[in-house]
Design a protein. Sequence first.
Length: 165
Amino acid sequence: MGRVRYFAYGSNMSSERLKARTPSARAVGRACLAGHALRWHKLGRDGTGKCDAAHTGEPSDIVWGVLLEIDCAEKAVLDRIEGLGIGYDEAEVRVALGSESCTAYTYRAKPERIDPSLRPQQWYKDHVLRGAREHGLPDAYVRELESQPVRSCVRGGSRRRPGRR
């Protein structure tokens, strides 16, 4: 069975969360994506902000994340969970992995699903932080993640936490 490389930069960096979705997921290592900035502006199904690796084209803008490999058969499952074609589009990106670089796919927010006023819920931010710490992302980057304000309450959104059954 073939495997595909996937660059996770949001809640899917958390092995606990990703393994619940794609049990074959295996971390290759921490990686960075230049020319992109992490934003929490993607409108989630629950009405709150989710992560997006927003393309800026500025080489100094960096999104840190995790390069993973998953079985090709599980990619369709992850695409469905991530809302491919609805909330996110798939993008092929070139990430740096130490002194090497490689191509991987990732998800980018669809323009019509972007709202800069959105904030994540605490549980979502916790998944992002858990994954960032688990994979040893740079301390300064983790501090940036920690400083992200959260939404204190949600009206009318789903109370079920994604990834929990």
